[in-house]
Design a protein around this ligand. Structure first.
Ligand code: NAD
Length: 276
């Protein structure tokens, strides 16, 4: 059976996706292109970014890679100028790049984690999103469907031991979303936040690698899910592509959790009658 074609809901739009080389960003880039968007894939990892672009091109889509570390303002300015020049504007900025404490150090406790690492997580997650919004704004102002999407997390809402910087960053992203939604409303720019749960990506692998007993950790994580599986990158790509589409034109200043129901309740699976 051949897959039915994607609806062309993003036809004519230009997406810029940071951290688009792998994981959620890659998946969002591929789906946006299949739905008709031209996609600027940006990442610090040029090899991964170029691969995403090659996959999109092979699929008949339009995409270009622009390398950028979102914490470097000159690179961010060049990214937005280059994206607008290449595809004639910017409609949807996806501030997806992020880094988690566990990727930077073995000891992520309050006592063990260094200030430079703490600052880096906040720089990438919060300052990077702010810088990208700032430099995309002149181009977004010219769009009829302007939108900024920020990567939040379950950690935008609840604390988690051992990832203090990540929780601080994702909490910050949630309120940055709301403040920008208010400030940019007169310019016609919608701003929303997508908040994934436990989704299978390279970042998630980092989380597993940090666990002493991977099986126990997997079981513990899954025991909090109402949907009995981990998320897949496409689950989040679907949300991103809807929020970035003209069909979401009435939605701004909001956060959307896609976590298999993890935050909806307080309990573990052994309290529910799941079939074995
Ligand atoms: N995977 C999950 O379960 C999950 C859950 C909640 C939130 N998120 C958030 O979603 C986003 C994507 O997560 P993921 O799991 O795909 O992560 P990932 O680590 O698999 O991929 C992130 C990408 O961002 C790039 N990147 C990192 N620092 C960058 C920088 N300074 N500038 C530009 N690019 C940079 C990396 O090279 C990588 O390609 C992140 O913001 C993450 O915090 C993920």
């Amino acid at each position: 059976m051949t897959a039915s074609p994607e609806p062309r809901t993003l036809e004519g739009l230009v997406f810029v996706i940071t951290g688009g080389g792998r994981g959620l960003g890659e998946s969002a880039a591929r789906l946006a292109a299949r739905r008709g968007a031209a996609v600027v894939v940006s990442d610090t990892n040029a090899e991964a970014g170029e691969e995403t672009v090659a996959t999109i091109a092979a699929d008949g889509g339009r995409a270009a890679f622009v390398g950028c570390d979102v914490t470097d303002e000159a690179q961010v300015a060049a990214l937005m100028a280059g994206a607008a020049e290449r595809f004639g504007g910017i409609d949807v900025l996806v501030n997806n790049a992020g880094v988690i404490d566990w990727a930077l150090a073995d000891d992520t406790s309050l006592e063990g984690f260094g200030r430079d690492h703490f600052a880096r997580v906040l720089e990438v997650g919060v300052t990077g999103a702010w810088l990208c919004a700032k430099h995309a704004l002149p181009h977004l102002r010219a769009s009829q469907h302007a939108c900024i999407l920020n990567a939040g997390s379950m950690a935008s809402f609840v604390g988690w031991a051992g990832i203090n910087a990540y929780c601080a960053a994702k909490g910050g992203v949630l309120l940055l979303t709301r403040s920008l939604a208010a400030e940019l409303a007169p310019a016609g720019v919608r701003v929303n936040c997508y908040c994934p749960g436990n989704v299978r990506t390279p970042m998630m692998e980092t989380v597993f690698e940090s666990a002493e007993d991977k099986d126990a950790w997997t079981e513990e994580l899954l025991s909090t899910h109402l949907v009995r599986r981990f998320g897949e990158p496409d689950d989040i790509a679907q949300l991103i592509c809807f929020l970035g589409s003209p069909q979401a034109s009435y939605i701004t200043g909001q956060s959307f959790v896609a976590d298999g129901g993890t935050l909806a309740w307080r309990g573990t699976a052994d309290q529910l009658p799941f079939a074995a």
